[in-house]
Design a protein around this ligand. Structure first.
Ligand code: C5P
Length: 231
């Protein structure tokens, strides 16, 4: 198992391009994230294949359903041997509790919650009847997740410092939106560098295109690992 804080987002459309990347890098340099696009196209067999290649896999399917369904989906994900998985905190306390109880063995995957998606604005929340601002909602949902025994949340690195202070060192913060100064921001708006994210309290950095589209992904991983290990 690696001690790298980097989780590479495998945002590829098919198994061939995914495995080309997986085979280019190695499990000592990073962990890997499989999301809805790749899972929907390639399914659990590809998850097992990547787990069997020795990688810690974060299965990013963001479950949000009735408690019984989420609990059973969590058990199915755990059976794939993944290292981390997630649910939506907006599913509420009973759903979070059911997910936690479904993953209560000592070798269960880490269970984290999505608070408010970083693509949402205050206006989006109002449109669905939530009149509290994003920052308050993120804090509220992170606290709820902690109260229900979850291991951590996904958040912006810009929120990490406040959440660490409020929720304690052991509550895991996973942050996407990471860019080195020379990287193209792409569609990410609130970007933070790897070193700043770790300084703010991020435990794991989700990084996609800056690594997967790099000319030399291994060199890029080595550079970022080295920068953050010096902190
Ligand atoms: O390529 P890039 O580094 O922008 O990829 C970021 C990854 O993190 C993508 O897989 C994206 O779906 C995911 N993510 C995100 N923002 C969130 C939650 C997940 O960018 N709030």
């Amino acid at each position: 198992m690696t001690d790298s804080k980097i989780i590479v987002a495998l945002d590829f459309p098919d198994e061939t391009s995914t495995m080309q990347m997986v085979d280019r890098i190695n499990p000592e340099l990073c962990r890997l994230k499989i999301g809805k696009e790749l899972f929907t196209r390639c399914g659990p067999d590809l998850v097992k294949k990547i787990v069997n290649s020795g990688y810690d896999v974060f299965l990013d399917l963001k479950y949000h359903d009735i408690p019984n369904t989420v609990a059973n989906a969590c058990k199915a994900a755990a059976d794939l041997g993944v290292w981390m998985m997630n649910v939506h905190a907006l599913g509420g306390p009973a759903m979070l509790n059911a997910a936690r109880n479904a993953l209560s063995d000592s070798d269960s995957p880490l269970l984290i919650a999505v608070t408010i998606l970083t693509s949402s604005s205050d206006d989006d929340l109002k449109a669905v009847g939530i009149n509290q601002g994003i920052k308050d909602m993120v804090n509220r949902l992170a606290l709820l997740s902690k109260d229900q025994g979850l291991d951590g949340v996904v958040c912006s690195a810009q929120e990490a410092s406040d959440l660490k202070s409020a929720l304690g060192h052991d509550f895991i913060l996973v942050t996407p939106g990471i860019r080195l100064p020379a990287d193209d921001a792409g569609d990410q708006k609130r970007i933070v560098s790897p070193t700043d994210a770790v300084r703010q309290g991020s435990d794991y950095l989700v990084i996609g295109r800056p690594i997967t589209q790099a000319d030399d992904p291994v060199q890029k991983l080595l550079t970022i690992n080295s920068e953050i290990s010096q902190l």
